[in-house]
Design a protein around this ligand. Structure first.
Ligand SMILES: Cc1cc2nc3c(=O)[nH]c(=O)nc-3n(C[C@H](O)[C@H](O)[C@H](O)COP(=O)(O)OP(=O)(O)OC[C@H]3O[C@@H](n4cnc5c(N)ncnc54)[C@H](O)[C@@H]3O)c2cc1C
Length: 395
């Protein structure tokens, strides 16, 4: 089968590998002139690790990944610790795979390398897909330069602003969530005494929160700051932001947070969107996955991980069913409940981290602190449905 995959992000590359492993002919079409990623980190939970392992990517990221000691939560201004949950060792014991942090560029490069090992000519950059046309025997993609490409199926892994989704389901805009995110990566050496803890740390505050992690074997600090704003930035959904705006948003916060912002070379600012679960993700020979199908807030750190799960299960469904249409229906049926639940959980986590009033903080974070101290097993247990899921055994 000849598969055309639109988008060379995590979802597109992973699905190309999963199909190439099964002997299919794959072509990835990416609009950017080169596969490139912004300077930012990703948390990959055990459910994502399992897919990366099945794709053969783990040996390519082993030297650059970072395994956090704990996931902890602190108050953003005082730095007081609310709770810490052991992850290193515990994740493998409980969910059968580690919880890691990785630079986005390192993950995309590793996925691209593994794809080149299987299909050396698969990746085509500088190609913008503008739409599709299909018949009972095949599907054609039209590209920005007027050219056309044909295949047996098309996978739309073209992200939040997917043109394939728009053609398939109509031009409704994604929903602005009322949050913008700041992102930066800074060498640990530049932070002096204010390096973030060697784990994933959520810094909670009034209508905003920050997350600090470490990357590149612990040598880089990663910062995500999420701030409630009634209107998205007028310039677009992803821009280089003004450092002064980020400094103002986190003024008076703990020095770990303010030093990270002060020492950042570039701060990217993203308006954050999500979408209500879609009624379907396919039309005939064309199917959507990842952010094109189910964009979500980053507050559960699961967007890329869900794209990895999609990639594996879609390839398995195509193997298991006789026709693409049946495979795509099975894929949607298997995935929609889970991705919708993660979309919902991500939105409610954002609210959980943004309590302003003393009363709100005491009511929410007090029981969390006590629970984590006396019943850590219970708190870990609340993650079982996410981290314990094994996409590689679903079909
Ligand atoms: C602040 C922030 C923090 C996050 N942290 C995490 C985290 O810790 N863990 C996690 O799992 N997820 C995280 N995410 C979510 C994650 O980044 C996304 O869910 C993930 O990148 C989705 O992958 P994708 O391949 O579906 O889409 P994308 O990564 O958006 O890739 C889509 C690709 O398609 C290309 N493209 C688009 N249109 C066209 C076209 N017409 N023709 C050709 N190419 C096209 C784009 O250039 C792009 O390369 C975070 C997101 C944000 C905003």
């Amino acid at each position: 089968m000849k598969a055309l995959i639109v988008g060379g992000g995590v979802g597109g590359l992973a699905s190309a590998i999963a199909l190439a492993q099964r002997g299919h002919d794959v072509t990835v079409l990416e609009q950017a002139p080169a596969l490139s990623e912004i300077g930012a980190g990703l948390q990959i939970a055990p459910n994502g690790w399992r897919v990366l392992e099945a794709l053969g990517v783990i040996p390519l990221i082993r030297d650059t990944l970072f395994e956090p000691e704990q996931i902890e939560m602190r108050m953003g201004v005082s730095g007081r610790k609310v709770f810490g949950l052991q992850m290193r060792g515990e994740a493998e014991r409980r969910w059968g795979a580690p919880y890691i942090h990785i630079h986005r560029a390192d993950l995309v490069e590793a996925l691209a390398e593994q794809l080149r090992n299987l299909a050396p000519e698969a990746i085509h950059t500088g190609v913008t897909v503008t739409g599709y046309a299909q018949s009972s025997t095949g599907v054609a993609l039209s590209c920005g330069d007027g050219s056309e490409m044909t295949g047996d199926i098309v996978i739309g892994a073209d992200g939040l602003h997917s043109v394939l989704r728009t053609q398939m389901l109509g031009p409704d805009a994604p929903h602005y969530t009322g949050n913008v995110a700041w992102r930066a990566v800074v060498p640990i050496d530049a932070l002096g005494d204010h390096a973030p803890p060697p784990g994933a740390c959520i810094w909670a505050g009034d209508k905003r929160h920050a997350v600090t992690t470490r990357l590149r074997a612990g040598t880089m600090a990663n910062f995500v700051g999420m701030v409630e704003m009634p209107e998205p930035s007028p310039e677009g959904w992803r821009v280089v932001g003004q450092k002064a705006d980020a400094q103002a948003a986190f003024a008076g916060w703990h020095p770990v947070v303010t030093t990270l912002i002060d020492r950042a070379g570039t701060l990217n600012r993203w308006a954050l969107f999500d979408r209500a679960p879609l009624p379907r993700w396919h039309e005939g020979r064309v199917v959507l996955l990842g952010d094109a199908a189910h964009p979500m807030l980053p507050s559960m750190a699961q967007g890329a991980v869900q794209a990895l799960e999609d990639a594996w299960i879609l390839a398995a469904a195509l193997d298991a069913e006789d026709a693409p249409d049946a495979a795509f229906r099975r894929f949607h049926d298997l995935r929609i409940g889970r991705t919708s639940r993660v979309q919902k959980g991500s939105a409610s986590n954002a609210r959980l981290f943004h309590h302003g009033s003393m009363l709100g903080r005491a009511a929410i974070y007090g029981p969390m602190a006590i629970g984590a101290r006396i019943l850590p097993n219970l708190i870990h247990g609340r993650q079982d449905w996410i981290y314990g899921y094994d996409a590689t055994t679903i079909i």
